[in-house]
Design a binder for this molecule. Structure first.
Ligand SMILES: C[S@@+](CC[C@H](N)C(=O)[O-])C[C@H]1O[C@@H](n2cnc3c(N)ncnc32)[C@H](O)[C@@H]1O
Length: 291
């Protein structure tokens, strides 16, 4: 049975990394009038009160959205802060948009936002949060089964966010396997896969499998607030992006550096952006990849 609930972690440094990068990708997708589909395989409840008793139990927002300084933020984070402001009309940063809300705020009438969630309580909360939102299409089903079944979307344009809770050890390999299947059905889709940096380094299994899959154009963005300590505890956040928008790496690099500089003074803090599998060399490949 699933036990993870994102309310205990909402607004932490990994959310700042993931959601600000998500805003950048969505910003790119809205530059053309053609409709797109956004598929969120692990949606969670979509909207969070950071002053709820659950969120306060861990207080992770203090080392995340409550700790970052907007005044020093690069232009790449502007949209993300606009999203936070629109969720807090009275000011402050009490209410925090999860990925479904970020997708709804950064898409248009012609776009579809497909949200998959399996946890009964989370699905109920997700339904209540978006019951008045006609563009949100909700599925209570398994993430990876849903991913393979739902691609390619009719729009043939768009992205998938894969943001698991990694409660099960085999998830790293299962995700790579499902992404490979989905990619074969929809090779021009963008896929954004979030993973934690933990001392046990399970994410290496995911990255190795992606690298061996034959998929090209996989960009990695990682931030680490400090060096790994002990046997557990998330010290960093990573994103693997398949078919990223053209020249996204510069924006991701500025965004990552700003997050680590804002939230850590450890000498081992770092932000890196690099290609896990580089750009395809053939002429015309870039055009085929979303354009
Ligand atoms: C990290 S949270 C998602 C947070 C969300 N993407 C966001 O950014 O706001 C992971 C979610 O995946 C859900 N989940 C875990 N295993 C799942 C599965 N096999 N199928 C669908 N949802 C699952 C959990 O219930 C949890 O809500």
């Amino acid at each position: 049975m699933l036990s993870y609930q994102h309310i205990y972690h909402a607004g932490n440094f990994a959310d700042v990394h993931k959601h600000s990068a998500l805003c950048l990708v969505l910003e790119h997708l809205t530059q053309k009038p053609k409709p797109f589909a956004y598929i969120d395989t692990h949606a969670g409840r979509g909207f969070y009160d950071l002053q709820s008793s659950e969120a306060q139990k861990t207080d992770e927002a203090k080392g995340g959205i409550w700790g970052v300084d907007q005044d020093t933020a690069p232009a790449e984070v502007r949209r993300y802060f606009e999203n936070i402001a629109s969720c807090n009309p009275k000011g402050g940063r009490r209410f925090y948009p999860g990925s479904p809300k970020v997708a709804l705020l950064n898409s248009r009438e012609q776009d579809r936002v497909i949200l998959i969630e399996k946890h009964p309580q989370e699905f109920q909360a997700l339904s209540e949060n978006f019951e008045r939102e006609p563009r949100a299409i909700l599925h209570r089903r398994d993430a990876l089964e849903g991913l393979v079944a739902l691609v390619p979307p009719d729009e043939r344009r768009g992205m998938v966010l894969i943001d698991p809770s990694y409660e099960i050890k085999s998830e790293y390999a299962d995700i790579a396997n499902a992404v490979e299947k989905a990619y074969h059905r929809w090779p021009t889709g963008m896929y954004m896969i979030w993973y934690p940096l933990l001392p046990v380094a399970g994410h290496q299994r995911l990255l190795k499998a992606l690298k061996q899959s034959g998929i090209t154009r996989i960009l990695i963005s990682e931030i680490a607030l400090h060096a790994p300590q002990g046997l557990s505890g998330m010290y960093g956040s990573g994103i693997a992006l398949i078919n990223p928008p053209w020249q996204l790496e510069q924006g991701l690099a500025r965004l990552g550096q700003w997050i680590v500089n804002s939230l850590s003074d450890a000498s081992e803090r770092r932000a890196r952006v690099e290609w896990l599998v580089p750009e395809a060399k053939k002429e015309g490949d870039r055009e085929r990849n979303q354009g």
